[in-house]
Design a protein around this ligand. Structure first.
Ligand SMILES: NC(=O)c1ccc[n+]([C@@H]2O[C@H](COP(=O)([O-])OP(=O)(O)OC[C@H]3O[C@@H](n4cnc5c(N)ncnc54)[C@H](OP(=O)(O)O)[C@@H]3O)[C@@H](O)[C@H]2O)c1
Length: 343
């Protein structure tokens, strides 16, 4: 078997384009692992907006940085096809930091999680995946929601945002979702049970917020940043929380993402808490989060959709869909089938 790779050819300065990457083929690295390593064959790659940050080469980053000329880093699920570790058998599936290539030697003890046999790879990336856990941690642990509070979620039809909105609904909050386009709003309303919705592409977000929550916002779960963050911050109640999950509107800008103009004295006088987070900052939450997600999913209370695009060669175009709003839920690239055949 050969090892297909997408290598980082240049660090993008604006929107992602295919020429940021080079398609290459390397010989299989079978038999070349160090003691304790396992050879993964990747099956599903998560197309996460933050990969755009990882390839930007920002200095002093607190996130992984994709090296130039190397396969692009990405969260991945794959199967062990060779093992130099007594505790990790051939055939076991693992989730963790992978890269845009078919196979890769990794240290399985360095942050990789086994996938249970009764969970499909798509569910392990989707309804039980890192984005769903992010939603739980961000809303429940960071946001500290109380029944009856007003929760505003941007990117509400996306992988993280749709779970945030539904956890808010389940926990008795009054949820307002912001997303782009009638199809996404219809899915949020009809499948996710979110009644209060704003289409930021065709509506005036500030005016709609004034209509939908004249009393103000208790929690703003921010996936987007920019103008929507400005509109939300101007409408906070006292003791509100801004949960900073992502700033996707600014990822293509290059350089540091500067805060938009917000009246900081309202933040101070209102006792508002602004907190950024990663799910990895709160590992103690993961068992409860997984238990809740399983219970809600089992009870039919949690709508989710995974947008699986097959084909290794399409990877750069697949990742770019996120920044055009062209994904419908958790965006996954399938590069091999369940039997290990490359796609
Ligand atoms: N803190 C963490 O641990 C963590 C973990 C995972 C993800 N995140 C962050 O969470 C956010 C959502 O990630 P995801 O994986 O769930 O992606 P997603 O929401 O499934 O997909 C991205 C969506 O963002 C929206 N979008 C794209 N460009 C935009 C723009 N310029 N302005 C407004 N909206 C825009 C689009 O939806 P519309 O069609 O509705 O515009 C697009 O479909 C990202 O900011 C990501 O970096 C953070």
């Amino acid at each position: 078997m050969t090892n297909r790779q997408w290598l980082l050819a240049r660090r993008p300065t604006g929107a992602l384009t295919r020429d940021c990457f080079t398609l290459a083929t390397a010989p299989s690295r079978s038999g070349q692992g160090a003691p304790g390593e396992v050879l993964m064959q990747w099956e599903l790659l998560l197309c996460a907006p933050t990969i755009r940050n990882w390839i930007s080469g920002k200095a002093d980053a607190w996130h992984p940085v994709s090296p130039m000329g190397e396969p692009v880093l990405a969260p991945a699920i794959g199967r062990i096809i060779e093992s130099n570790h007594a505790d990790f058998a051939v055939g076991q599936r693992l989730f963790g930091l992978g890269s845009w290539q078919d196979e890769q030697w990794v240290d399985p003890t360095a942050g990789y999680s086994p996938i249970a046999d009764d969970v499909s790879s798509v569910d392990a990336m989707g309804v039980y995946g890192i984005n769903a856990l992010t939603a739980w941690v961000g809303l429940v642990e960071v946001g500290k929601p109380q029944p009856g509070e007003v929760l505003l979620v941007s990117g509400a039809a996306g992988s993280v945002g749709s779970v945030v909105a539904q956890i808010g609904r389940i926990k008795g909050l009054r949820v307002i979702g912001i997303a782009g386009g009638a199809d996404k709003l219809a899915w949020l309303r009809d499948d996710c049970g979110i009644d209060h919705l704003i289409d930021y592409k065709s509506e005036d977000v500030a005016a709609r917020l004034d209509e939908l929550c004249p009393e103000g916002i208790d929690i703003y779960f921010d996936n987007v940043g920019g103008d929507i963050l400005v509109a939300a911050a101007a409408r906070l109640r006292q003791k509100a929380r801004i949960v900073l999950c992502g700033q996707i509107a600014a990822y293509d800008g290059g350089g540091p993402i500067v805060p938009p103009p917000i009246d900081m004295m309202r933040i101070i006088y209102g006792g508002v808490r602004i907190e950024g987070f990663l799910v990895t900052h709160h590992p103690h939450c993961v068992p409860q989060a997984l238990a809740d997600l399983a219970a809600w999913n089992g009870a039919g209370q949690l709508a989710h959709r995974e947008d699986v695009r097959a084909g290794f060669e399409a990877l750069p175009d697949t990742l770019a869909l996120l920044f055009k709003g062209a994904n419908q839920g958790t965006l996954l690239a399938r590069i091999s089938d369940g039997a290990g055949n490359p796609l």
